[in-house]
Design a protein around this ligand. Structure first.
Ligand SMILES: Cc1cc2nc3c(=O)[nH]c(=O)nc-3n(C[C@H](O)[C@H](O)[C@H](O)COP(=O)(O)OP(=O)(O)OC[C@H]3O[C@@H](n4cnc5c(N)ncnc54)[C@H](O)[C@@H]3O)c2cc1C
Length: 290
């Protein structure tokens, strides 16, 4: 029996991933780990190291497609109370990695702290959005990140150098293998009223700009110009099985029941192929396929 097998009630062999993926389309993980505390998380990491098993982390699974019946190694989901807590300390919002962005935006708004209003309505968790650098470009979430805490391979909580987020290109991810547990945002204390006004404005802008339906995934490809390239490549309404390119933004895919992950993956390839044929450019996939 391996070290992971001995963590019963914490690690589930052949764990079902579907409840942890936003579209519910998923197979199983060799080991699904649901730690409730940092101490439990440390135990999972040590056990995975001792068994030689790789680790992947899921946020709310909005930007991950599971293509295989079984994902090798350990999949971590940080949904426990210790990983979803959001608190305000002075001009800072301290959020667990698994906290939903909506909870962070709400806490900042209530405390009259400004800086995250443009994230209103953005789905996903704090760590998922940070890893994806949501939204792209100026005014992004990363600009307000002051501290990041992650668990090291030895299971200890360590602080990452948040300044590295601001180096290099915006698309650069300086911590590709970090398991993030907490993020601290430093915001501007402006009082509640101006924050509420900005939240209303950002919400309206978002509704006009993006397809926000629950069965929509994206952006599929990285970069400001991806949607434009796709539009000019006439991918609108292209479909594979139960997956169809969104008519509101061609960098998003609308998924209908009973979709299979292969529908989405085939459509992504067809979209990429269209852009390649039209512009001789290889668009870079942003959505993760496990
Ligand atoms: C530029 C941009 C604009 C977007 N705009 C919209 C929009 O308008 N509408 C919309 O519906 N969606 C939008 N999205 C998508 C949405 O923001 C993401 O799907 C969401 O933020 C992903 O969060 P998640 O918690 O579901 O992460 P997941 O999909 O679960 O994970 C995303 C990545 O983060 C990693 N990760 C997750 N948690 C951790 C952790 N604790 N430590 C380390 N790594 C971790 C995962 O391994 C994975 O690589 C946008 C995304 C981007 C990049």
């Amino acid at each position: 029996m391996g070290a992971l097998d001995s963590l019963s009630g914490l690690v589930f062999k052949n764990g079902d991933l579907a409840p942890h993926l936003s579209l519910g389309l998923g197979g199983k993980a060799d080991y699904l780990a649901l730690p409730r505390t940092r101490e439990e998380l440390g135990r999972v990491i040590s056990a995975a190291a001792s068994d030689g098993q790789p680790i992947r982390v899921l946020g709310s699974g909005r930007h991950v497609i599971v293509s295989k019946d079984s994902v090798r190694g350990v999949v971590l989901a940080l949904g426990g109370a210790e990983f979803t807590r959001v608190s305000v300390v002075g001009d800072r919002v301290v959020a667990g990695a698994g906290a939903h962005l909506s909870a962070v935006v709400e806490a900042a708004g209530r405390a009259g702290l400004s800086g995250l209003e443009h994230l209103v309505g953005e789905p996903g968790t704090v760590a998922g959005a940070l890893r994806l650098r949501v939204p792209e470009g100026e005014g992004g979430l990363v600009e307000h990140v002051d501290r990041i805490r992650a668990v090291s391979a030895s299971g200890r909580v360590e602080e990452l150098d948040a300044a590295m987020l601001h180096q290099g290109e915006n698309r650069h991810d300086p911590f590709p293998s970090a398991i993030i547990v907490e993020v601290e945002f430093r915001l501007e204390a402006t009082g509640q009223e101006p924050v509420v006004q900005r939240l209303k404005r950002c919400w309206i802008e978002r509704r006009i700009r993006e397809p926000l339906r629950a069965n929509t995934i994206g952006p599929i490809f990285r970069g400001h110009d991806a949607a434009d390239l796709l539009r000019k490549s006439d991918v609108a309404r292209k479909s594979e099985g139960c997956a169809e390119v969104s008519d509101r933004n061609p960098n998003f895919i609308v998924v209908r029941s009973p979709a299979h992950p292969a529908d989405i993956i085939n459509l992504i390839e067809a979209m990429r192929q269209r852009v390649r044929e039209r512009f001789h450019i290889d668009v870079e996939r942003q959505i993760s396929i496990w």
